[in-house]
Design a protein around this ligand. Structure first.
Ligand code: GLU
Length: 649
């Protein structure tokens, strides 16, 4: 798919006429005094879902755009940009920056992500990869023998941040508005403050906030105390950083004072912690960072076309493998012993996950650095071989990786491969996914992260000469990622044909660590875009997207039920089954106990977890063009559809 930067510019697709049309529409149905300015920071009326009341997003369909975001303030930022004439790309960039302010522990300019874009007019679907890269001095053994706790709170884990150049690429290529305009909602939120939501209160001051004193001082003011729900949270340091970017452009992030803050920030590590080490990033690494345009991986499932994030994410390939493996089973048919939540359905899902994760551990990583059998992994014949290993009424004792290389066009022979037995971080406070559709039908599905909760734990910033007091810290207001801990800690490369392993996810200079983030879109048989969705949750992201896809296509749930339903996850070949009981505001109450007992009887270890993922989705009905959104009350999922009822907020 020849998407070229500039050649497929949004302006040519939407044009001035469209912009003017939106302006005219705004006079009638969007504009209003409350739209143009932020809600007051204190005493703000939190959206219903943030107060534990029934969600309001199950209401009418929309036609002027929908945003579905894991935080109400950031959803508001995106909706306003749409109301100001921005397209889905503009709104997505505004949301990403706003999330840095209101969900600072999850994502932001100190990290990176994947922004999948579908252009209505040209029909192109592609992704901007702003994934962090390893610095030039990174080496395959740099995490060897380190604990995750030590490595992930060390400067050594900080990858070169990508979000700022990635979002600039998106705006320049396909946006309607300039950087300063789309950053304004985030700047306002950081300057004027926002009312702390329940999730901000519970997630911002946790154990990972305590690893560096400046971080603790910001998130847990006065020791371990937390802000109260509704209390105003300001971040003037971040406001200043964002103003600099808005005024001087994206490159200002990668040089001058902001670069100094990134480099001095990542030079830190927790003294006295075994294995803790400073980072190796230099100014040259910041100068060299470039986002990449990627084609999604594409597959078919029961007549639908699924487009999902390609390497360096493992997400798309793994989701497509799992869908391909389960397609031969009538998962939606209770009459045949399947149906939602039955033992057979759950077992088939768990077995497909185990097999796909076994392949993922060996074969997936940054395809810019390792030759990956990307086509072989999802080749129908290869997937059929893998699927043949699944017995709906049994648990295979060992789920071993396969060898997709003979199925890769133009490659060699079959040899064995070994599972690296890697450890996965589960869901938690990190990462965020949102989806947007605009009035023209352009769609964005964007997952953004700083990896763990609070990233590596330290703010970008520095101490001026002569003062090491926390009060002297010149904070730049954003946390640095620990994305490099997504690499293999122990190098797996093994050239021996008998035990061959490509080391697809071993650390290397300039390489991007393998991700699980999988912004996804679904198209109908005529190629019309239907859905955009994705999730946070580390490796479980892949399984959340898989669960929701089955809920929609096999179990024919509404979008909201598909998100609210209980989820099942196995995130490694030998791993246990985790089950999530369903979103707190949904109508589900877990999988049937008899089904879980059935899984145990087959030999699975089954454990309960409070939540797996947080899915935000938009849907367009192709016949009518009506737009819908649904969001996840596992976090503070918020949908805003336009025009707003009553013409404004
Ligand atoms: N760093 C993870 C990835 O790229 C995402 C972390 C999370 O979702 O918690 O797969």
């Amino acid at each position: 798919m020849p998407v070229t930067f500039k050649a497929a510019r949004g302006r040519s697709a939407f044009g001035l006429a469209a912009l003017l049309a939106c302006s005219a529409m705004m006079v009638v149905s969007c504009a209003g005094p409350a739209v143009a300015q932020l809600a007051p920071a204190t005493g703000v009326d939190l959206p219903a879902q943030a107060k534990g009341q029934p969600p309001a997003w199950t209401g009418p369909a929309y036609r002027q755009g929908v945003v579905s975001v894991a935080n109400p303030h950031a959803a508001e930022a995106g909706a306003r940009i749409l109301e100001q004439g921005g397209n889905a790309v503009d709104a997505a960039v505004a949301i990403a920056y706003a999330l840095n302010v209101v969900e600072p522990q999850s994502a932001g300019i100190g990290g990176g992500g994947f922004m999948m874009i579908h252009l209505a007019r040209s029909g192109e679907t592609f992704a901007i990869d702003s994934r962090e890269r390893a610095p030039a001095q990174a080496t395959p053994e740099m995490f060897k023998d380190k604990s995750f706790a030590a490595a992930s709170t060390s400067g050594l884990a900080v990858g070169v941040p990508g979000m700022v150049r990635g979002t600039a690429m998106a705006l320049q290529g396909w946006g309607e508005l300039d950087l300063a305009r789309v950053l304004q909602p985030a700047i306002d939120l950081a300057d004027q403050g926002f009312a702390a939501t329940p999730r901000y209160v519970s997630a911002s001051c946790n154990a990972r906030a305590l690893n560096y004193p400046e971080t603790e001082a910001f998130f847990c003011p006065g020791g371990l105390s937390r802000v109260a729900v509704g209390e105003t949270v300001r971040n003037p340091a971040l406001a200043e950083t964002l103003r600099t970017i808005a005024r001087d452009g994206a490159d200002a992030f990668y040089r001058g004072e902001i670069a100094r803050g990134i480099l001095e920030g990542q030079a830190r590590f927790r003294a006295g912690v075994a294995g803790a080490e400073p980072g190796r990033m230099t100014q040259a690494d910041l100068d060299a960072y470039l986002p990449a345009l990627r084609e999604p991986v594409v597959g078919q499932y029961r007549g639908y076309t699924i487009k999902a994030m390609s390497p360096p994410s493992s997400g798309g390939l793994t989701v497509l493998q799992m869908l391909g493996m389960v397609e031969r089973f009538p998962l939606g048919d209770a009459m045949q012993g399947f149906g939602f939540g039955s033992t057979r359905t759950l077992n088939v899902m768990a077995e497909a996950m185990r097999l796909a994760f076994a392949d993922r551990a060996v074969w997936m990583g940054d395809a810019d650095f390792v030759e990956l059998p990307s086509r072989g992994l999802v080749d129908p014949d290869y997937v059929a071989l893998r699927s043949a290993l699944i017995d709906p009424d049994a648990r295979q004792p060992a789920a071993l990786p396969g060898d997709p290389r003979p199925f890769e066009p133009g490659t060699g022979s079959v040899v064995g491969a070994l599972d690296t037995g890697e450890v996965f971080s589960g869901p938690g406070g990190s990462t965020t996914h949102f989806s947007v559709v605009d009035k023209w039908g352009n769609m964005v599905s964007y997952t953004n992260t700083i990896e763990s909760s609070h990233g590596a734990g330290m703010f970008a910033g520095y101490y001026p000469a002569g003062c090491a007091e926390v009060a002297c810290f010149r904070s730049l207001g954003f946390l640095l990622n620990n994305e490099l801990t997504d690499f293999n800690f122990t190098p797996a490369a093994d050239p021996d044909p008998a035990s061959y392993n490509p080391g697809a996810n071993d650390v290397a200079a300039f390489k991007r660590p393998r991700s699980s983030m999988v912004p996804t879109m679904v198209f109908d048989a005529a190629g019309r875009p239907l859905l955009a969705y994705g999730s946070p949750g580390g490796a479980t992201i892949i399984n959340s997207v898989f669960n929701v896809t089955l809920n929609l296509i096999d179990h024919r749930m509404t979008l909201q039920d598909a998100i609210d339903a209980p989820r099942l996850s196995v995130a490694s070949a030998g791993g246990s089954v985790s089950v999530d009981p369903g979103a707190p505001l949904g109508r589900f109450d877990g999988f049937p106990q008899a089904s879980l007992d059935g899984l145990r009887a087959l030999g699975h270890t089954v454990g309960a977890v409070s939540d797996i993922g947080s899915v935000q989705a938009v849907y367009v009905e192709p016949q009518t063009g009506k737009q819908y959104g649904a969001a996840d009350s596992r976090r503070e999922g918020t949908v805003i559809g336009l025009p707003r009822p009553g013409g404004g907020r």
